[in-house]
Design a protein around this ligand. Sequence first.
Ligand code: ACO
Length: 400
Amino acid sequence: GIDITKLRNDSGYVTYDPGFANTGACSSSITYVDGENGILRYRGYPIEDLAASGTFIETAYLLIFGELPTRSQRQEFRDLLSEQELLHEGLRHHFEGFPSNGHPMAILSAVINSLGCYHPDFTELTSLEDFHRAAAKIISKVRTIAAWSYRKAQGLPFMYPDPKLSYCRNFLHMMHSIPHKQFEPTDQEVRALSLFFLLHADHEQNCSCSTVRMVQSTEANLFASVSAGICALWGRLHGGANAGVVNMLQEIRDGETTIEKYIERVKNKECRLMGFGHRIYKSFDPRAKILRQAAHDMLEASGYDDPLLDIALELAEVAMNDPYFTDRRLYPNVDFYSGIILRALNIPVNMFPVMFAIGRMPGWIAHWNESSRASTKILRPRQIYTGLNTREYVPIDMRL
Ligand code: ACO
């Protein structure tokens, strides 16, 4: 229904590309994705290698600073994160203003944005040293804010971070410890959480990353830009998909529907198969492959039997042998198996997108920095106007 003559405007022809499927909005040296062949690399390193041997913190460093840290750089970065893990007492009071059933994504984006009020000195971030400190501040504090948004919803006292603990262990402590009884996760659980964050750490110009770059292009500060990224991530088609997957699997487990009936509803376009399909990956999502194995290994090691994993495996098998999905090249994406891992870590479903946001933070920060140091213009897409032509204004006393 687009009038082709309207594609021309004063400055030439406008590209009409709904969903920006074929628009390169920037150049970037952070993450490489080849969707046809299922390849993902952070700064040149294959995701499989990072997942096998790296940690989330090392990967965050790689994305933000461009190189894997040396041992001393890793220690310095860890020390910096520990230094930054507490929240200003003033910021702690912000939590009291939220209703206890407030969604943790709303709390996370609001409090991260508010962090900027406590650090007006970090508005410009022209020096690299300031940028490093601001990046560490956000990566460290986001986990405290996330855990406290959960505690607030549970009516539980806030647990302060423990500087002796590693990044992931500390997060689980703030989530699950109770006064006088520190939660002690197994090494396997800590490793699974680190892997979950690592696999979510960046994925080039997805909706939330593009939002961060869009907001940065106005020269907005880092806190405001990543807070906008959190909002963009929230929706069901992006960071909210992992919660959608678990809800779907639970419906099947609870007998509200069956795999066959659910697939039929999807094919009738009444709903989508959550955790399936991707704008870029058209053969497989390498992150889903890694998470599928990790979910399996974790359940096996813990002896915790989650029927949702069996349902997920069966559902994937049915869909991947159905022409509706194969013709459209729809395969499991990163969200299809991640919920199984989060459930095993006792993370409630409404926290799933928050977990995604913690993982994605290094990517957003790296993109903000890249964008702010490139001589890019303010991002400002055009549109094809489809409204009415000029009309004569009718004063109110002459209208019916
Ligand atoms: N279930 C059923 N059908 C689907 C699905 C799905 N999950 N995904 C796409 N399709 C169908 C569409 O209905 C469309 O069919 P049609 O040609 O008959 O109209 C076709 O496949 C193409 O779909 P688009 O929506 O054009 O694909 P797009 O690239 O815009 O969307 C997206 C990608 C949003 C990920 C989509 O596949 C989806 O909604 N998936 C489910 C939600 C999800 O898992 N999101 C997480 C994505 S990964 C991430 O954010 C980390």
